[in-house]
Write a protein that binds this ligand. Structure first.
Ligand code: 13P
Ligand code: SF4
Length: 357
């Protein structure tokens, strides 16, 4: 098989924060808070760009105010199509940075700048650049879940929604690939495309917790259920999937497949959109417990959880938490991102509608 994971890299230890606990609001308080945020959005000429893993109230607010709720590919594309002078990105840091790289003239704010991602944290730019220097014969393909500096060192940026066609395209041109940072997604892409890929050994702390043996057991209890898996999950989990794909692909599967039951192996925040679009379907969380389980095993990204209505209001009031990118880094990082968006446009990949998966 043409895949290998570099074992020469010693990854930094990623500190996973506790899940933020937000004060419970009554329905009346939530309604009033949302109303205040709507006024602030207008006053600040701002639009919300939210990921499917964020809190359901945030997702609804984004849609009610003309913003978008999407996967990371569509989030990147959406900002550039907006008249608004401010984008408020509810998601994790790389999503805010991508928005700023693509829209340097806009102000990009985030409810919490500490909302990072274990893949991003596990791929420091200096270590990564050294790794690339050691393999000058390889085309550098990085997952969107990386810092602006890492993107600046790459030839292509991809998201889970477009990784397969781009790598197929590169492999057809005879290019050998250096892939970072998610080894599970990279391995899956290698298997699907047959490309020659050297993997950075990073992983997502949320998806890594899905357990294959426990999943087999649940499947026996629900033999009619379709299994939906995000490709950041470990190989033995992916092997059991009926559908492997981006968050958008998994939502579309719930909407379009005939099955009544679905076992879902990705962050639990996605259930909000799935239930909205397919209210009659039964959604079952893929198991994260079992042998090897840790206290992180809750299938919810702690960094995505740092976005709330409360800190969204704060950031709109204060104008704090603005994303800044070094212009020299931005100049190099925009090329591989734009290459991905141009490829998506030329090949008709992704969605164009807002919040409708
Ligand atoms: P998508 O691009 O599929 O939305 O994935 C982003 C992500 O961070 C998954 O963990
Ligand atoms: Fe990163 Fe995983 Fe959180 Fe997605 S779910 S943002 S890959 S840590």
């Amino acid at each position: 098989m043409n895949t290998s994971t570099s074992n020469q890299i010693e990854l930094p230890r990623v500190v996973v924060p506790p899940h933020p606990e937000w004060p419970q609001l009554s329905p009346e308080e939530t309604k009033e808070l949302k109303q205040r945020i709507k006024h602030l959005l207008q006053q600040r000429d701002a639009v919300l760009v939210a990921h499917y893993y964020t809190d359901g109230e945030l997702q609804e607010l984004a849609e009610e105010t003309g913003g978008c709720v999407a996967d990371s590919l569509e989030m990147a594309r959406f900002g550039s199509e907006q008249q608004a002078t401010t984008l408020v990105v509810c998601g994790v840091r790389f999503m805010g940075e991508t928005a700023k790289i693509l829209n340097p003239e806009k102000r990009v704010l985030m409810p919490d700048l500490n909302a990072t991602c274990s893949l991003d944290e596990g791929c420091p730019a200096d270590l990564f650049s050294h790794f690339c220097d050691q393999h000058p014969d390889r085309t550098v393909v990085v997952y969107a879940n990386t810092s602006a500096e890492v993107k600046a060192r790459s030839d292509w940026v991809v998201t889970s929604g477009i990784a397969l066609p781009i790598v197929r395209h590169l492999a057809a041109r005879g290019e050998k690939i250096l892939w970072a940072p998610d080894r599970h997604l990279g391995h899956y892409v290698q298997q699907q495309t047959g490309a020659d890929i050297l993997l950075w050994p990073g992983s997502c702390v949320v998806h890594e917790e899905f357990k294959a043996v426990a999943l087999e057991r649940i499947r026996r209890l629900h033999p009619e259920a379709a299994v939906l898996v995000h490709p950041e999950s470990p190989e033995p989990v992916i092997e059991q999937a009926d559908v492997v794909g981006s968050t958008t692909a998994l939502i579309n599967a719930v909407k379009e497949m005939k099955n009544r039951e679905f076992i879902v192996a990705t962050d639990g925040g996605i259930f909000h959109k799935m239930q909205q679009l397919a209210p009659g379907k039964v959604l079952i969380e893929a198991p994260t417990a079992g042998e090897g389980a840790t206290c992180q095993s809750c299938a919810h990204c702690p960094w995505m959880g740092m976005n709330s209505l409360q800190n969204l209001e704060q950031v709109l009031r204060s104008g704090d938490n603005e994303i800044q990118i070094d212009p020299a880094v931005r100049e190099r990082a925009v090329r591989p991102i734009q290459r991905m968006l141009d490829f998506a446009r030329e090949h008709g990949i992704g969605m164009k509608n807002k919040g409708n998966a």
